[in-house]
Design a protein around this ligand. Structure first.
Ligand code: ANZ
Ligand code: ZN
Length: 883
């Protein structure tokens, strides 16, 4: 038996090397076993692994190692989401080429990832900035283009008028360019879009089939797609009020989209978006209105801005006519809260039942009339002042709708307006609207996947011929002026037109990096195929990803884009399925206390000493002793300096401790609070397991080779603890209840420790059944913690004299009969009335049960000396004594 401490620093790299040399985590595409694909969202190569990565990859690794032990051909690859702005910023700030910066970061992070002991298949590694990857992405783009799934469209972009460049959203800070500080303008430019809206309904419907996705993620996707059923109503405009000669396209009417046609009799005003054609027309004659519109546009027309801005409007003087009453005129406002991009860019406002509309009328004194009365409220006394009512109720103040439910009223309005015709067209039609917009993928940046088209003055947009792919990024670029370095390059964009041979220019926009991450999971199935993005026979067999794991920040866009891409790849013949991720899991964040110095700056956890005293915990700086304030627990971030460095943790405690801690403290979907005290606790547990394994190994040596024919009570108890833990940990891993698994492992290790403590050191009189049970228990224990602490498990496996690597061992077989409780409790009745209970052996025979029941005092009393006529036994449930 060893008295040595387990030395993670020595052991961990050794096992990592061995796994590597034997290549045991590489999965083969011709492996005949059933496949299991587990994937964590691949990292952006920022330069350093952060603790959130450690959590993410540990979660996936536990599943991968478990499924491998269960006999699956596990695919667990890793790669790099390597395009994006930070590489260009590094180029500007530090004068390093984006490519060199990126690949250096990848090398550094790969080394860090290896130190975590993840069972990854590195043979499939790629970075999205490898031309051998983006070549196929360009091919997919061209296929989408041919299939009508990619198009060019006028889109608004952020324009920096000083730097004369397009800005990414994250480069616009408080409405100003991040470098120039100039007020950013919205400009319309031709942009490439993917037609995700084609699949809006399908993307929505299929959410119901994704039963291994968190409900909250499905709900977020549902809301993002934002389907609403409503009515498109054509309001006539009063010709007398239209500015002369300014009738906009569409004549003298205003189309609105509403989901609440039932509230038409509560209408108080109409509102149109600042960029609505009618607003433009009215502004031509009205400088004040023009000024209002310009101001609204300067402020921005993005949803977030609109939601938070004060509701403002400008009365155009134009009047709309109520569709059910020619004498009812409604003022038409230009309003900053109406979006041109949704519905028709125009609304009718019903303030009593819509908060925005209510805020608006309260500001402009237009009043409100409630038309829906809540249940149990007297319509006469129902008034609305500051809070709109959007609940259910009965129609009031609404002429022919009065008394109806909202649904009935919607239907009635729709029917009447559909049946009425003006100028050959019905006054209304039913319409389904989606919030989802087509996906704009053009980025005016260098470090991205070039969009493979050529602009020819004669032929127009010409796709780059497939055989000319990839369109590679030039490396000799400079970042000494603002804007797109690709565009500035002296020669790159100048090419001959593939169609007419004339002078033409390449597209200099690159793709949104979300494109890169929309199909990498499919590429992992056969990254060696040089000729096509996927190999059909392989991708259709290995996909979908069985378990995908990542942060909730990607719950909407990334997952939705990936779902769209999968459908578009199916439509263009690259794959045969619709949904990329059968199971999806969103992990919580790693959070930590913050420490604030007297001068208001933050101290890092590494700079701080924590002491717990009578007055609670107190923190002070390690070097000066200065007391620092303990602030709230927050997401680890550079600005709050409350980060811990995975390298430090791994060097101090080892990867296994970090992994164990990450899994132990909270369910994987919740935030986990980093705590040094708890990490030290995990470290002590590692040493405890190590001692336990070594002690067990000594006993196991004396164990008989063959399984004993019978087990005494003590041996049986240990065996039961082992198999019960095995059962609970297996189901726990399958449900991703890792923290629960860890609790069961602890509990089981206690049971083993108890047996060892009672029996002391190996002694000649230790009964063979106990030593056999100890040997069995130790092996099971090691296998149970192997997915979480694989290095300690390998070391222990060796100590136990087990053959091969635990990473390659099959999951232990559960002996189900050890899980069954061997006694049962029966309800005891006398003449049909419950008198008590009796506990008997599960396999007890009827005469034994009868004897036990008749011996009960309660039964004797109830019988009152009467003779027993009959005893009826309902097996496993009831014994009825008839007297
Ligand atoms: C009248 C009304 C009365 C409305 C009422 C709501 C409540 P969803 O569910 O998101 O589809 N709307 C329509 N187009 C708009 C636009 N371009 N910009 C801003 N708001 C717009 O929302 C549909 C509702 O949002 C529509 O129904 C319309 O207001 C408004 F008591 O019409 B409603
Ligand atoms: Zn041409």
């Amino acid at each position: 038996m060893t008295s040595e401490r387990y030395n993670a620093r020595e052991s961990e790299p050794r096992w990592q090397r061995q796994w590597d040399q034997e290549g045991i985590f590489a999965s083969k595409n011709d492996d005949p076993r059933p496949k299991y694909y587990v994937l964590e969202m691949f990292p952006y190569p920022s330069g350093r692994i952060h603790i959130g990565h450690v959590r993410n990859y540990t979660l996936g690794d536990v599943i991968a190692r478990y499924m491998r032990a269960k006999g699956f051909n596990v695919l667990h690859p890793m790669g790099w989401d390597a395009f994006g702005l930070p590489a260009e910023n590094a180029a500007i700030e530090r004068k390093v080429a984006p490519k060199a910066w990126t690949y250096d970061n990848i090398a550094a992070m790969k080394k860090q990832l290896r130190s975590i002991g993840l069972s990854l298949d590195w043979t499939r590694e790629f970075a999205t900035c490898d031309p051998s990857y983006y070549k196929h992405q360009q091919k997919l783009f061209l296929d989408f283009l041919r299939a009508g799934l990619a198009e060019r469209e006028k889109r608004k972009i952020n324009w920096d008028p000083v730097d004369m460049t397009v800005l990414a959203n994250e480069q616009v800070i408080d409405g100003r360019g991040w470098r120039s500080g100039a007020v950013v303008e919205q400009r319309e430019m031709n942009q490439w879009v993917f037609k995700i809206t084609r699949y809006a309904q399908e993307l929505l419907d299929a959410l119901d089939t994704l039963d291994r996705w968190p409900d909250k993620v499905r709900l977020m996707q549902r809301n993002w797609i934002g389907r609403s059923e409503g009515l498109l109503i054509r309001f006539a405009l009063d010709p007398k009020t239209l500015p002369e000669g300014s009738t906009p396209d569409g004549g003298s009417e205003l189309k609105v989209f509403t989901t609440r046609p039932d509230t038409l009799f509560g209408a108080k005003f109409m509102a149109i978006a600042p960029d609505h054609p009618l607003a433009q027309a009215a502004a031509a004659k009205n400088p004040k209105l023009a000024e209002f519109i310009a101001e609204a546009k300067r402020h921005g027309t993005a949803q977030e801005i609109i939601d938070t801005a004060e509701k403002q409007g400008f009365d155009t003087g134009i009047k709309a006519i109520h569709p059910f009453d020619p004498d009812w005129k409604l003022p038409v406002y230009v309003a900053n809260f109406v979006l041109m991009e949704y519905g028709t860019g125009a609304i009718f406002g019903c303030p009593a039942h819509d908060q925005r509309d209510l805020d608006f009328v309260n500001k402009y004194g237009l009043g409100n009339t409630p038309v829906v009365c809540p249940p149990g409220v007297d319509p006469k006394s129902f008034v609305i002042t500051d809070v709109a009512y959007d609940g259910d109720g009965r129609m009031i103040n609404s002429r022919f709708l009065d008394g109806m439910s909202i649904e009935q009223a919607k239907e009635e309005v729709a029917k009447r307006l559909e049946d009425e015709v003006r100028g050959n067209l019905p006054l209304a039609e039913r319409q389904v609207n989606f919030r989802l917009r087509d996906w704009g993928i053009s980025r005016q940046r260098y470090w991205g996947c070039p969009i493979p088209v050529i602009h020819c003055p004669t032929c127009g947009v010409v796709p780059v011929p497939d055989q000319d792919l990839p369109v590679e990024l030039p490396e000799d670029v400079t970042f000494d002026k603002p804007g797109n370095a690709l565009d500035h390059h002296p020669t790159w964009k100048h090419v001959a037109c593939p169609q007419c041979g004339g002078e033409a220019t390449r597209e200099t926009d690159t793709m949104d990096t979300f494109v890169d991450s929309s199909w990498y999971f499919a590429r992992f199935t056969d990254p060696w195929n040089e000729n096509a993005p996927t190999t059909r026979a392989v991708v259709d067999r290995l996909m979908p990803v069985d378990q995908y794991i990542g942060g909730v920040e990607h719950a909407i866009l990334h997952l939705l884009y990936a779902r769209f891409f999968t459908r578009a790849m199916k439509a263009t013949g690259h794959i045969a399925f619709d949904e990329p991720f059968a199971g999806q899991y969103t992990q919580g964040m790693v959070v930590h206390e913050t420490y604030r110095k007297a001068d208001g700056t933050y101290a890092t956890p590494a700079e701080v000493r924590i002491e717990s005293g009578a007055n609670g915990r107190r923190a002070s700086l390690l070097d000066t002793g200065e007391e620092v304030g303990i602030g709230p627990i927050e997401k680890m971030s550079k600005s709050k300096r409350n980060t811990v460095d995975p390298d430090d943790i791994i060097t101090t405690y080892g990867a296994d401790v970090a992994r164990w801690f990450m899994l132990s403290d909270s369910p994987p979907d919740r935030d986990v609070i980093w705590s040094d005290e708890r990490v030290q606790g995990a470290s002590r547990f590692v040493q405890r397991l190590w001692r336990l394994v070594n002690e067990s190994a000594d006993i196991a040596k004396a164990a008989p080779g063959a399984r004993p024919a019978a087990f005494g009570a003590e041996a049986l108890a240990l065996r039961k603890a082992a198999h019960s833990a095995l059962d609970k940990v297996s189901t726990g891993i399958e449900k991703l209840h890792f923290n629960v698994c860890l609790a069961h492992i602890r509990e089981f290790s206690n049971a083993l420790a108890e047996t060892l403590a009672r029996d002391g050191k190996p002694s000649p009189d230790l009964t063979p059944d106990i030593s056999w049970a100890v040997a069995e228990a130790a092996v099971i224990l090691v296998q149970l913690f192997a997915p979480m602490m694989p290095h300690l498990a390998e070391e222990s496996w060796q100590v136990l004299g087990q053959p091969g690597l635990v990473s390659e061992a099959s999951w232990p077989k559960i002996e189900r009969d050890l899980l069954v409780e061997d006694t049962v409790m029966l309800v005891v009745q006398v003449n049909g009335k419950k008198r008590g209970e009796v506990t008997v052996a599960r396999n007890a025979q009827n005469p034994e049960i009868e004897a036990a029941v008749l011996a009960l005092d309660a039964v004797k009393q109830a019988l009152g000396g009467k003779a027993v006529r009959k005893v009826i036994i309902v097996p496993m449930r009831i014994v009825n004594v008839v007297g």
